[in-house]
Write a protein that binds this ligand. Structure first.
Ligand SMILES: Nc1ncnc2c1ncn2[C@@H]1O[C@H](COP(=O)(O)OP(=O)(O)O)[C@@H](O)[C@H]1O
Ligand SMILES: [Mg+2]
Length: 247
């Protein structure tokens, strides 16, 4: 995205923000509450139309396109729990997502069929969810549900995956495991991942590069060492301690 702007009334939520995310890269977007992270995400997936600037995906200009169209072009996003159907099995949830991706929406009516079963199982295997395939999504442990959401997002075959606080509500050990899995996916498939995250341990432990937003402005970009040493970033986070050891 280049030179993106978005104001809400008098509030400049995002001001002249430019960055790129490469295939296979895990890029973290951090910043205090109200910094403009969600607005950036919402512009990237088409939910919010930017006031200015452009968004390109693999060379194609997707600025101002509707979310569904943006998704078709390869921008996926993990959703909250509501994106999965509690009464369907884990496998059926992924099958439905695969069917939706292939536009055979009417098949929603009978999701237990054999269509895309093998593909669904292959995806579940990659996410270490095959043992849970025949369980109802509604009874999954939280960490498993998060991996199912990831599987559902991946069923859309994204080039770029947006993850808004993917580890929120998870225990520390589960957080590490989820981000390791994300890393494996990114490296293995060339998937680009852009994520927001409050937990600095997760950010510094998993991102290749980190972008820091403050009041809509990008104030720093670089690897963990660069960001840790950046005086501007330290100032923004003063009192909340930008270290790998705490919050
Ligand atoms: N739909 C909206 N209407 C009005 N103001 C908004 C809207 N969305 C975000 N804002 C404002 O834009 C700024 C950036 O918000 P947001 O992108 O949600 O930040 P973050 O996700 O980093 O916490 C904040 O000042 C917020 O109040
Ligand atoms: Mg937000």
């Amino acid at each position: 995205m280049a030179g993106l702007h978005k104001s809400f009334g008098g509030v400049r939520a995002v001001e002249d923000v430019s960055f790129e995310v490469a295939a296979g890269e895990m890029l973290a977007l951090i910043g205090p509450n109200g910094a403009g992270k969600s607005t950036c995400f919402n512009m990237l997936n088409g939910q919010i139309r930017p006031d200015g600037g452009s968004i390109r995906l693999a060379g194609h200009d997707i600025t101002g396109q509707k979310p569904r169209r943006v998704a078709r072009q390869g921008v996926g996003r993990t959703f909250q729990i509501t994106a999965t159907f509690a009464s369907m099995t884990v496998r059926e949830n992924v099958q439905v997502a695969l069917l939706a991706h292939h536009r055979r929406i009417w098949r929603f009516l009978r999701p237990a069929g054999g269509e895309f079963r093998a593909e669904a199982e292959a995806l579940l295997e990659r996410l270490d969810l095959l043992p849970q395939a025949e369980r109802a999504a509604g009874i999954l442990a939280y960490g498993d549900l998060k991996r199912l959401e990831l599987a559902v997002a991946l069923a859309g075959a994204p080039r770029l995956l947006l993850m808004d606080e993917p580890t929120a509500g998870m225990a520390p050990a589960e957080r590490v495991a989820l981000m390791r899995l994300a890393r494996t996916l990114a490296t293995g498939t060339g998937l680009a991942i852009l994520f927001t995250e409050h937990d600095m341990d997760v950010v510094f432990g998993s991102a290749d590069r980190i972008l820091v937003l403050n009041r809509g402005v990008l104030i720093a970009a670089g690897n963990a060492d660069t960001i840790r040493a950046d005086p501007g970033v330290r100032e923004v986070y003063l009192g909340s301690g930008v270290t790998t050891g705490g919050h």
